[in-house]
Design a protein around this ligand. Sequence first.
Ligand SMILES: [Zn+2]
Length: 293
Amino acid sequence: MPELPEVETVRRGLQPVMEGQRIARVETRRDGLRFPFQKDFVARLEGKVVSGLGRRAKYLMADMESGDVLLMHLGMSGSFRVTLPEGERTPGDFHYPRSENRTHDHVVFHMASGVMISFNDPRRFGYMKIVPRADMEGEPLLRGLGPEPLGNEFDAAMLAHSCAGKKTSLKAALLDQRVVAGLGNIYVCEALFRSHLSPKRQASTLASRSGAPTDHAKRLVGSIHTVLNAAIRAGGSSLRDHRQTDGELGYFQHSFLVYDREGEPCKTPKCKSTVKRFTQNGRSTFWCSTCQK
Ligand SMILES: [Zn+2]
């Protein structure tokens, strides 16, 4: 499943071909994806100019000059392919395999510039929805989302405040979209490893009795920033090298410290343990029980 860095990489890849560009024609090749397309989906996009392409959590948000916003979510297996006169490219460097099967191209945006942007999604958990910008505050898909992990408001004090008194595990708290938006299983495992904190630790330990952030909270926020920024930077470099990255292992496979490394040696210097895996809240947690306390 694409996580925040992948979505951000996709956004940066689509930005040059979408921003300031008019959508000439939209093809929806089925009635819907995870949800049916709105009846006026095509009509509200055709002939309209995209004024900006933003992101909130794992949603891409295409701001239209018409006053609408097109929300796009990649779901479990969604990806975009950009067809330029000189060839094709797929923005994003994903851990999950991307489908090359064109029968899964469900939505195609034909830009007035001649560029074609196709959305491919074999499992069809992705979705697209048009929301008037004026109604974004009350949009159910976005309501209740916590702060952006790379935004200014997300810091140790805020994380401690959200976790104070929480009896759930630290892992579960970080996956809770109300606590922090857009973090998924991979980067939660990676951030906990890098901050030497156990995924089983009680979330409330990020706050002192008075509610102030503990050193754990400060370390954890630092690790979250580091791991997300590194992944976004690597995604950016994969965009530049897109022709070479076809069929090769992407950044993510090479640089995980714990994720998907069960039974392999822990990467903490001098630690002799191996990475372990267990199921937590229905998801695989990868960790080192020696260095993460
Ligand atoms: Zn270790």
